[in-house]
Design a protein around this ligand. Structure first.
Ligand code: BJW
Ligand code: ZN
Length: 247
């Protein structure tokens, strides 16, 4: 049915399952026009985008890191959720765990999204730790300041930083309880998120990867559907979620 392997069994597993988990990465937002980290367009002013997502980059050059995030906010604000975000939001019994910070799952209508790497739409003070909603307008001064006088930073998780403990624990629980896990649009290189499909599989789940390219994970999944999320996910939803569960 789809290119890749075991797509027919993926469909029948999906039809029969009530506890579904989608683990998403930057690739699910590619068709909304947002650049991935490691693909084409993953450079910002000639530097790999992931190099800017570090505490060291922020310490050395907070203005450049802020300009990068302000540009990401602008693009995300102008982007719309695509057919893959919408199909996941419409899928009964499916929970979303995302590495993305763009908010497109929420805007598509997914509820209780677990955002492992924080949010583009939050700021955090590096002095007092207070978290606030990001200001709508561009700040007059970079880096922007907290009311306490401290430097604000984007409310995202950079390399070497801990993921939000509650979200990670909940994602781990969902992975253990899932019957089928859809891993969509991630290179599966960044941990601990990349370990969740293995956690799920060890607990008995069926893991289905959706990605136009093979990844670090592909050799460890039960099915691989090769193609863009915006085409494959709605088609899966149409064929699996719309059909009555087999009894
Ligand atoms: C499509 C498509 C279409 C294209 N349809 N698909 C174990 C082993 C080794 C290393 C580590 C380890 N544990 C921890 C580490 C260190 C590190 C790590 O993983 N390093 C590796 C790179 C080796 N991890 C961390 O540092 C993490 N923290 C941590 O472990 O803390 C420990 C600790 C505990 C207690 C106290 C203190 C510390 C934190 C990781 C944070 C990652 N942050 C970023 C930035 C977030 C903010 C922002 O957005 O700016 O998260 S980096 C960046 O990578 C971002 C992403 O969420 C993340 C993953 O990227 P993703 O989503 O997979 O994107 P790409 O670009 O890589 O892939 C896109 C995919 O889409 C491709 O496959 C395409 O083919 C595909 N695609 N079009 C479907 N249309
Ligand atoms: Zn403060």
């Amino acid at each position: 049915m789809f290119d890749g392997f075991n797509s027919d069994e993926a469909l029948s597993r999906l039809r029969g399952s009530r506890r579904l988990l989608a683990l998403t990465g930057a690739g699910i937002s590619a068709e909304s026009g947002l650049a991935t980290f490691r693909g084409a367009g993953g450079l910002w002013e000639g530097r790999p985008a992931a190099d800017l997502a570090t505490p060291e980059a922020f310490r050395d050059d907070p203005r450049t890191v802020w300009r990068f995030y302000l540009e990401r906010r602008r693009r995300a604000r102008e982007a719309e959720p695509n057919a893959a975000h919408r199909a996941l939001a419409a899928w009964p019994g499916l929970r979303v765990v995302t590495q993305n910070v763009d908010g497109l799952h929420e805007r598509a209508g997914s509820r209780d999204v677990l955002a492992l790497h924080g949010s583009l739409w939050r700021d955090r003070c590096t002095s007092c730790g207070r978290e606030t909603d990001a200001d709508e307008g561009a700040p007059v001064e970079l880096p922007p300041r907290c009311a306490c006088g401290g430097t604000l930073r984007p409310g995202v998780v950079w390399f070497g930083e801990a993921l939000p403990a509650g979200a990670l624990a909940e994602a781990d629980r969902l992975a253990r309880e899932a019957e089928v896990v859809l891993v969509i649009g991630t290179s599966s290189l960044v941990y601990p998120a990349a370990a969740l499909p293995d956690v799920a599989r060890a607990a008995g789940a069926w893991v289905v990867e959706i990605n136009p390219e093979r990844t670090a994970l592909t050799s460890r999944v039960d099915a691989y559907l090769a193609g863009p999320a915006g085409e494959i996910v709605p088609e899966l939803h149409r064929r699996a979620a719309a059909a009555p569960p087999m009894s």
